[in-house]
Design a protein around this ligand. Structure first.
Ligand code: PMP
Length: 326
């Protein structure tokens, strides 16, 4: 047992938790859609050995009333995807529009009529020994699977401040979604969950708040929404930008990008994670300290309502952000 007095989960339970996995039927692989079982790489593949790939994570939302699947902000996701590729000196033969087109093709092949998650991946396919970024050949794959909630308790998670530090821009750039850098996220997430917490907030090397293991972070303090700037070793989140816009335009809340101290989060009125996977998840406790009232706060609650309405294609003002598949 870790953390005496907090008994919801301990390491032995977490280690035995089995996640149900639904394998996709198809994959976009080497330029076409193939059965998933055919989308295979050799064990010597460069990215598998050295973590030199880049990836993305998009969500599709099923709108039951319209019988339509909407992919949320696919062009923005693929823009970041191609930027991550550039960071890794990776040349891909596709542009954003083509990648959006492949996404629609894949979702149609899967006949998905439910909320789902889309995972594009670009990797160095060379089967060689030799760690480097140059003189390698990139390949692209993509799969889509049905997907619900990423965190168990979106309305009140209990998180810890990780003892791990966020990778620095001069080590592996956190602004890119680089496969190898997710080892850092994996340490953060596993140690948090084995200690009984839902997630962790990670500090950068300066000791300032960076983000979660796979989420950006917002704090409401003295009525103002604060989030670390992109120079604090965070991923430049698509949801983060969306949330900044919604707080200002839909909720009338002032938003400031500034460094955040660890102890400021203890004093926050509200705290929440945002990201494609996590969506918008309230953090109501940090290291056994209640945040604000210790319950889902009014700004986070309102933001969640606005956000879920938009992503499912139900808000005409933001409809162009939702890409219809069918
Ligand atoms: N930070 C990290 C480290 C992430 O992996 C993610 C998930 N992509 C996010 C933040 C949130 O980014 P986005 O809103 O673009 O999904």
């Amino acid at each position: 047992m870790y953390h005496i007095g907090y008994t919801t989960r301990d390491a032995s339970v977490v280690d035995k938790e089995e996640l149900t996995v639904t394998l996709p039927n198809f994959a976009f692989f080497k330029g076409r859609i193939v059965p998933y079982s055919e989308a295979k790489v050799g064990v010597l593949t460069h990215t598998l050995n050295y973590g030199t790939g880049i990836f993305g994570g998009l969500r599709g939302y099923w709108n039951e009333k319209e019988k339509q699947l909407f992919v949320f902000r696919p062009k923005d996701h693929f823009h970041r995807f191609l930027e991550s590729a550039r960071l890794m000196l990776m040349e891909l033969p596709y542009n954003e529009d083509q990648l959006v087109g492949f996404t629609a093709e894949l979702l149609k092949a899967e006949k998905l009529c439910t909320d789902c998650y889309i995972r594009p991946l670009a990797y160095f396919a060379d089967e060689i020994i030799g760690v480097r970024l140059h003189s390698l050949h990139a390949d692209f794959s993509m799969v889509a699977i049905p997907f619900g909630q990423y965190v168990e308790n979106e309305e009140g998670s209990h998180v810890t401040v990780s003892s791990w530090r966020r990778i620095d821009d001069n080590m592996i750039p956190a602004r890119g979604k680089i496969a190898g850098s997710y080892v850092n996220s994996a340490f953060i997430k596993t140690d948090a969950q084995r200690a009984g917490f839902d997630e962790a907030i990670v500090l950068n090397a300066d000791g300032h708040v960076a983000e979660g293991s796979a989420e950006n972070l917002f704090m409401i303090r003295k009525g103002i929404a604060c989030t670390p700037p992109v120079t604090e070793n965070i991923l430049e989140g698509i949801s983060r930008r969306m949330v900044m816009m919604l707080l200002r335009d839909e909720l009338g809340v002032e938003v400031v990008e500034r460094p955040i101290d660890r102890t400021e989060i203890y004093l926050a009125e509200e705290l929440f994670f945002c990201g494609t996977g996590v969506q918008i998840a309230a953090i109501t406790k940090v290291d056994h300290r209640s945040i604000g009232t210790g319950q889902l706060g009014p700004i986070t609650a309102k933001l969640r309502n606005v956000y879920f309405d938009i992503v499912r294609g139900n808000n005409p003002k933001y409809r162009e952000l939702c890409y219809p598949v069918y």
